[in-house]
Design a protein around this ligand. Structure first.
Ligand code: 5GP
Ligand code: ZN
Length: 139
């Protein structure tokens, strides 16, 4: 299996590691949506969020929080977007789990277009029930 992020983790591809802990590491995205766009990548090769062992989640999220704070401090950010794409349909192109941390500034011309949908009649409750039932089955 050839995976860019595994190769970067194993130093087979030279790259500038910004941070690492036992379960995650951070690098700059090579095609940034904004300057300082960071990829926070799991050390284990898991395709997406659904595959990450629960044991790894705490350290991955703590790395996300630390690097996000550092970005805010380093670039005086007003905010950032935290994104994890799951599946080709959602725009995932590398199937090794990662969060995008995308710095945001006023008038930075980055658009996540939202076409808002409306629930009609009982639809809202129906969706809520379907999700609650699915959660119940996972327990
Ligand atoms: P995805 O589309 O899977 O959510 O995100 C993959 C990201 O990895 C993309 O934003 C892409 O620019 C970035 N990327 C792809 N190849 C490389 C690489 O070799 N080095 C780095 N630093 N980023 C990469
Ligand atoms: Zn990998």
């Amino acid at each position: 299996m050839d995976c860019i992020f595994c190769n970067i983790r194993d130093k087979e591809i030279p790259s500038s590691i910004l941070f690492e802990n036992e379960k995650a590491f951070a690098i700059l995205d090579i095609n940034p949506m904004n300057y300082g766009h960071v990829l926070l990548i799991s050390k284990g090769h898991y395709s997406d969020i659904l595959e990450i062992p629960e044991n790894d989640l705490k350290e991955i999220l703590s790395a996300v929080q630390l690097v996000s704070k550092a970005l805010v401090d380093a670039f005086s950010l007003e905010g950032f977007n935290l994104v994890a794409n799951k599946g080709e349909i959602a725009g995932q192109s590398i199937f090794h789990f990662h969060f995008h941390i995308i710095p945001r500034h006023k008038n930075d011309n980055i658009n996540f277009v939202r076409n808002i949908k409306k629930y009609h009649e009982n639809q809202f409750n129906k969706y809520a029930d379907q999700i609650r039932n699915a959660i119940q089955s996972l327990k």
